[in-house]
Design a protein around this ligand. Sequence first.
Ligand SMILES: C[S@@+](CC[C@H](N)C(=O)[O-])C[C@H]1O[C@@H](n2cnc3c(N)ncnc32)[C@H](O)[C@@H]1O
Length: 456
Amino acid sequence: MNDRPERSAQEFKDLFERCLGEAGLTTRTLRLGVLADTKQDLPENSIDSWRRPHTTTGQPSLPREETVGVLARWLCARDAVTVTEEELLAAWRADKDARAASRKPRADEPSGPPARLGRGEFYEGIIDASIYLGMDHLLGRVDHRLRELLNTGQPIPTYFMYLTHRGYLNWVARTEDPQYSYHRAGVELCESKGAEIAAAILAATGRADVDFVSLGPGTGAKDRPLLESLSAAAGRVAGTVYYYPYDINPAMIVHAIQTVLGGDLASKMLVKGIIAPFDSLGLFSHVYKDRAGPNVLGLLGNTLGNMSDDYGFLETLLASGMWPGDLLLLEVRCHVDEDAGQGPGLGEETKKRLNFGPLEILGAAYEDHRDLITVRREHSRSVIPGTVTTVTRCERVQCGGMTWRDVRLCYVHEYSEADLDDALAEIGYTTVAKLHAGVRGADSERVVLLYLLQKP
Ligand SMILES: C[S@@+](CC[C@H](N)C(=O)[O-])C[C@H]1O[C@@H](n2cnc3c(N)ncnc32)[C@H](O)[C@@H]1O
């Protein structure tokens, strides 16, 4: 018989009751005392829920992280209370971890429906998610925003390629194209070096309760081998891994979760999707900061190389998306020769079609514009020295009675490894490990690089 649920969340409750007893407080006088001294109002029914078993789960609940700090500080400072603030917080942490562990269904147990879907739980195709409501301007009014950009002569940000359902399908088709050798090289790197990467992550953080935040997971093809290795390594030291797929397009999140949980990870990991744009990362970092374990952010597939301000994004990630000790797994594309021509991979026609994608939202037909699309390699599009950028433009776009000229459709940066090393160090990252995979085409060569970086 599994006695874990009865045991969990008892330590905190017992110590909390002892504090109340020693201080001679009731639910009501505790609330009034905290309110008077800290101006923090803890509702009486919340306090009660930490003292008595929940009607459905049979367990008392635990206060939230921001509440337990205030509560422990105030309560343990009462004269008659012999429990220290650290003891009460440690009990809270232990109960929280015990609950997370007891939520994992055991292989030998019939899996009855959970009483309530907790943080990170996956049940019958339902997942726990955070959704950025402020995105309606992107999801509902893509058309309007696109016109604004075109009317003011601004480049179309690359994430527009991924916004719509068509954008999602285009990306899936692209990953399935055998000619898309960069993607294959990245997947193979994660598959062959997954165990090495997982070991390096655990060694660098010194902990096994890792949160893996995938920034733009796409189909999850790289997350899956990484999480299999990470979960196996963490499981050996009794840690639980959380997976947070973070994407602007919910279809990508669904696809990635199905890929990742398609094996036997469903019973070993907890998952919470975050539907939001990257520029809200600071806000959403509080979602994965839910527990004290280290965060590993994944930015894979040269997603950095699609950003007009790549250097600025790396700075923002470090400043507002990571805490000291957190890691960034960064995959980029590097050139071997700055003057090399078109890289290996998809044919020109496929690339043009993909990059033209956002304009189809406005009703512009690709076939009418194909011959007006140019693809050029340019220098100095990124502030990171030595970067070569492939810029796709359309000389003229005509639709719905409007004409726009010189529309910039897409940027793809390819980095110089030595210059990127310097830029990462200058921003403040420490390189823990670096893995390479060569990508060879008919007439030129590129390198896919996977950095494991740490915030000191
Ligand atoms: C180039 S794909 C890479 C997919 C995956 N990491 C891989 O390597 O196969 C970029 C991913 O990032 C997401 N994405 C792009 N720009 C974004 C943004 N500004 N905010 C949130 N997600 C974004 C896309 O929807 C897509 O899933």
